[in-house]
Write a protein that binds this ligand. Structure first.
Ligand code: CMC
Length: 444
């Protein structure tokens, strides 16, 4: 029987080391024993962007990037998108199991109970400029919630953790909708707890206002749109150790409260390479403007001058399973809202890219963001709201991962190592003895 170990020979010393392999990994700390002498710190790994480093053990989300598989707690995303609901999925991510009828009712009741935000939060919402990006508002206001619930610091108490989970799942749509209403100078619409989760969010967004860009002004009342949004929420609920989730785990490893940690995760999500990509896709499709301009755009991508936003993924090296579900829902949504012409450009762009060797050889396929923005736009959401629409459902994943990390006996404060490349020790030079400062040093 082969041994589950790897033997490493250090050619500097000729010494061999046998390291255990567990689930396809070796422990980075096991490398420390590999040294040239007593003063040597020991071997480390260098892995910018964590390309090949497992930062935790998790039981929440499984992805097989080559096969295009995504499962939450073992359930395939396609089945959940067809049969489940966002709140059920949030429950599943947090607890590990799907709820019973009574369990789901209690959970929904709890979520409804916490949808309001403190009236004072409206005051600092009002302090933002009228054109403030709603994601900036969301990041700030969710961090501010920590000051309203100081007991949330008690992260070691499971009951306290549970209440913050309810609060965050409940309040994110309210904060998001209020951020939007502020940006359009409209009065805030309070949560209506007789409505479902997505329905209530659509109502807080668009009540008394025609959705911008939607071809059908009453479309936000459509149950098809509420269901489509709920499906999109499910698809975005978790995605294992991506940039924002890793930020959540990293910040909360210092035992920071969940509101501040979620704000940090949302800040990571804001970036155009992560949750900001759906916004970037729409800007790109608008810039392309017409299917006949696609070849010129693709040529610029291949010359490395542009990026095809919504394509490529660190983990998926085949079609993102979420993109398939979104494509299906795009047609249902357009039946209600009217056809979004950007879909024609997107479909043609996908067709051309998937037949081109540049994209084939690099295994670049559409990811979740390629089609989501087109649906959001058809629903009437302005482009600025797209990353916010990602942050609302991802809160369930961030919090499930947060809980798991705190319950993990292996939890340590995140503190990576570095390879120092700076100067050796040198003596301080008096200011009048220094040579002219270096040009291009980034300050002058
Ligand atoms: N357009 C053109 N070329 C690309 C793209 C793209 N979208 N993505 C990757 N490449 C090329 C890249 O230039 C490189 O080529 P070469 O080997 O010739 O240097 C090769 O493919 C490998 O790319 P990489 O940058 O090493 O891959 P990565 O794993 O570091 O980056 C990514 C992953 C998602 C940041 C990247 O694919 C990208 O920037 N995509 C566009 C932004 C996007 O859609 N982001 C949303 C990700 S899904 C939602 C989420 O999880 O947030």
């Amino acid at each position: 029987m082969p041994k589950e170990t790897v033997t490493i020979t250090d050619n500097r010393t000729g010494q061999s080391y046998e390291l255990p392999i567990e689930r396809g990994t070796i422990k980075a700390l096991d490398l420390r024993q590999i040294k040239t002498g007593p003063s040597d710190f020991g071997l480390m790994t260098y892995d910018p962007g964590y390309m090949n480093t497992a930062s935790c053990r998790s039981r929440i989300t499984f992805i097989d990037g080559d096969a295009g598989i995504l499962r939450y707690r073992g359930y395939p995303i396609e089945e959940l998108a067809e049969k489940s609901s966002y709140l059920e999925v949030a429950y599943l991510l947090w607890t590990g199991e799907l709820p019973t009828v009574e369990g789901l009712e209690r959970w929904k009741h709890g979520v409804r109970y916490h949808t309001m935000i403190h009236e004072s939060i409206k005051k600092f919402l009002d302090g933002f400029r009228h054109d403030a990006h709603p994601m900036g508002i969301l990041v700030s206001t969710v961090a501010a919630l920590a000051t309203f619930y100081p007991e949330a610091k008690n992260i070691e108490d499971p009951e306290t953790r549970r209440i913050q989970f309810y609060r965050l799942i409940s309040k994110m749509p309210t904060l998001a909708a209020f951020a939007y209403r502020h940006s359009v100078g409209m009065p805030y619409v309070y949560p209506d707890n007789s409505l479902g989760y997505a329905e209530n969010f659509l109502n807080m967004m668009f009540h008394g206002r025609e959705p911008v860009g939607s071809l059908n002004p009453d479309s936000h009342h459509s149950p098809v749109l509420a269901r489509a949004l709920d499906v999109l929420f499910m698809l975005h609920a978790d995605h294992e150790q991506n940039c924002s989730t890793s930020s959540m785990r990293m910040v909360s490893s210092a035992f920071t409260d969940p509101y501040t940690s979620v704000a940090a995760a949302a800040a990571a999500l804001y970036g155009p390479l992560h949750g900001g990509a759906n916004e970037a896709v729409l800007r790109m499709l608008r810039e392309i403007g017409h299917v006949q301009n696609i070849p010129t755009f693709v040529a610029a991508v291949k010359r490395g001058e542009r990026k095809l936003m919504g394509f490529g993924h660190r983990v998926y090296k085949s079609y993102d399973p979420r993109a398939k579900v979104i494509k299906y829902w795009a047609d249902r949504v357009f039946e209600v809202t009217g056809h979004n012409p950007l879909i024609d450009i997107a479909l043609k762009l996908e067709e051309i890219a998937l037949a081109d060797d540049y994209f084939i050889s690099r295994k670049l396929y559409p990811n979740v963001d390629f089609y989501s923005g087109i649906i959001y736009e058809a629903m009437g959401f302005p482009t600025d709201m797209f990353p916010v629409l990602f942050a609302i459902p991802r809160t369930a994943g961030w919090l499930a991962q947060w809980r798991e990390s705190l319950e993990d006996p292996d939890l340590k404060i995140a503190r990576p190592r570095q390879i120092y490349l700076g100067p050796e020790q040198r003596s301080y030079v008096a200011i009048d003895k220094r040579r002219d400062s270096v040009e291009g040093n980034g300050i002058e």
